[in-house]
Ligand binder design. Structure first.
Ligand SMILES: [Zn+2]
Length: 562
């Protein structure tokens, strides 16, 4: 009897030495997680189903139920005792089992971002709702006449009369002036909430709960800035010449309203080409289904559950939706046979396959993408195909001449679009960081300093207004914008790795991956399967051999000669 227990003890000691035996803390954590998931999983699935019903029908009452379910989920994560337990075991560092420690991390951040006192939370939610309401009900005017956002885009892309352009551009910013004071109040409230949980401001809190660090983001954005400085200046100079010619003015007289987008975040139409003619008589759904099947990532089950076509009351854009983390994945689209919808369906299915192929053996808390920007990266990787000449040639059966015609314009457009977006993302990232660091500074001036520095656009003469506040992301998705850029960087890093190390090609000239299931096998094994088992940068390093870098984005869109 005695001998047996000694043997058992040594066996356990031996196991602990190798980190396999559950210790008391691990046992407690396991029990906590089991109970937690038993409550949160059905609630999440129910909210997800409800969101789907609401988005596909537009019924008001479904949105109300959804709101209530979201509050219940939030309440679970705002429990201070549970948070204290999670924080303490995590701090003690006794949980050695990797899978368990990761789940603990996920829980810690989920609880941390919800530790706001009910009274303060109510003030934040109310102010947020008020600003969104003002935003939705605001009607911009040009010379006393009301204009919609879509009128503004049409005028900015077509109008040649510079005076009319100026008043339209100014109209697009009026809402900013109307909501800026409330938005700054919201920033202060968010900062107050962040300080209560020990962070200097809300920006830092958001970055940390997103499992990122400000130093890491600064490093990546600095690298990106350095790699795009000179090429952007060159591209912008050429663009300015073309735009100035189109208005019959000198490039030095160009002002913000001469660019085709209110924030100069999209490429002016001077380089665009009509790719719709290649998709007009095709079925974008069939093309996407055939393509994904060919690369070993069949999507027929996803498409069968999806809601693909335009209908009254339905949400007008697109998204991918993982309902239960157990294979019920769907996409919502409003398909038309155009290049934009080809891109969109490839993009949304990229998100969808990421979710579909999470290893179902992994615990529920880890059956998620490594980060929201890693699923964005996969979606962007596939979405980029709709303009890829090699892909278009293979999928649409184009001739060599048609392909080279597309190649010439499309490459230039893609390069400009990507570099331009990178510069715009730098403005957004730097501004938000400084906005939360000091909301009382002269923000209107700060905004224009950054626009001048990164986008090389001159500020309008006279006193500058709070046009920056018209960017709704500051209200609805605070401190998140940088993730779109990280998604683009990772899409390029994956592309580079797949071309050179998985397919072993010397150049990406013909890389369209059509009909090659090595692509699917690689992504399933290295990216989709592990889900959130590793922190995002560890997943990226395991999948591509190095941590996230701006180098491959620059190689794909900057360093190739124009
Ligand atoms: Zn997306």
């Amino acid at each position: 009897m005695r001998d047996t227990s000694v043997a058992a003890v040594s066996f356990i000691l031996l196991l602990s030495f190798f980190g396999c035996a559950p210790n008391a803390e691990e046992k407690q954590v396991r029990q906590f997680i089991t109970a937690h998931v038993a409550g949160i999983e059905p609630l999440t699935t129910q909210a997800n189903l409800n969101y789907w019903e609401a988005s596909t029908t537009g019924k008001r009452e479904l949105y109300d139920t959804l709101g209530k379910l979201q509050v219940s989920i939030r309440q679970t994560y705002s429990d201070p005792q549970e948070f204290a337990f999670v924080r303490e075991v995590r701090r003690a560092g006794d949980v050695k089992d990797k899978r368990l420690a990761r789940q603990l991390d996920k829980l810690y951040y989920a609880y941390l971002q919800n530790q706001i006192e009910p009274e303060l939370l109510k003030q934040i939610v109310d102010l947020d709702t008020k600003i969104q309401g003002q935003y939705n009900n605001f009607r911009a005017t040009v010379d006393g006449v009301t204009v919609t956002m879509s009128d503004i885009y049409t005028i900015l892309t077509t109008e040649k009369d510079c005076r009319k352009r100026e008043s339209t551009w100014r109209a697009s910013k009026q809402v900013g002036d109307a909501i800026a004071d409330d938005l700054i109040r919201l920033v202060r409230l968010r900062n107050q909430a962040a300080r209560k949980v020990g962070f200097e401001n809300y920006h830092t809190l958001s970055i940390v709960t997103g499992e990122q660090s400000v130093e890491e983001l600064d490093r990546i954005f600095d690298e990106l800035c350095r790699l795009t400085d000179e090429p952007f200046a060159r591209m912008k100079k050429e663009l300015d010449r073309r735009l100035a010619d189109s208005y019959g003015i000198s490039p030095k007289d160009l002002l913000p309203w001469h660019y085709h987008d209110p924030f100069f975040q999209r490429t002016p139409l001077v380089y665009d080409q009509d790719l719709d003619l290649y998709y007009r008589n095709r079925d974008v759904k069939e093309l996407a289904e055939r393509y994904y099947a060919g690369v070993g990532l069949p999507v027929d089950d996803i498409l069968a559950r999806s809601d693909l076509y335009d209908r009254e009351g339905k949400y007008p854009h697109a998204f991918s939706h993982d309902v239960d983390r157990s294979g019920d994945v769907r996409i919502l689209c409003n398909l038309q046979n155009t290049e934009r919808w080809m891109e969109t369906i490839l993009h949304e299915l990229g998100h969808a396959i990421y979710s579909k192929y999470h290893d179902r053996e992994e615990p529920w808390l880890l059956r998620e993408p490594a980060h929201s920007f890693t699923t964005e990266a996969v979606a962007m990787f596939f979405g980029r195909m709709s303009r890829n000449p090699a892909w278009m040639q293979e999928m649409l059966g184009l001739s060599a001449e048609e392909r080279s015609g597309i190649e010439e314009v499309s490459r230039k457009y893609m390069q400009f679009q990507q570099v331009l977006f990178a510069r715009w993302a730098m403005v957004m990232y730097s501004f938000e960081k400084q906005l939360y660091a000091d909301p009382d500074q002269d923000l209107n001036n700060l905004w224009w300093e950054l626009v001048e520095k990164y986008q090389l656009i001159k500020r309008p003469p006279g006193l500058v207004d709070a046009g920056w506040a018209s960017k709704l992301h500051f209200t609805t998705a605070p401190c998140y914008y940088h993730n779109y850029m990280l998604g683009e960087l990772l899409a390029s890093q994956l592309h580079h790795h797949i071309v050179h190390d998985v397919f072993r090609l010397t150049s990406d000239q013909d890389a369209s991956y059509v009909g090659d299931d090595r692509l699917g096998r690689y992504l399933r094994e290295k990216v989709f399967g592990p889900g959130a088992l590793c922190p995002w940068n560890e997943m990226i390093e395991r999948a591509t051999g190095e941590p996230l870098t701006a180098k491959y984005f620059a190689r794909q869109f900057v360093q190739q000669p124009l």
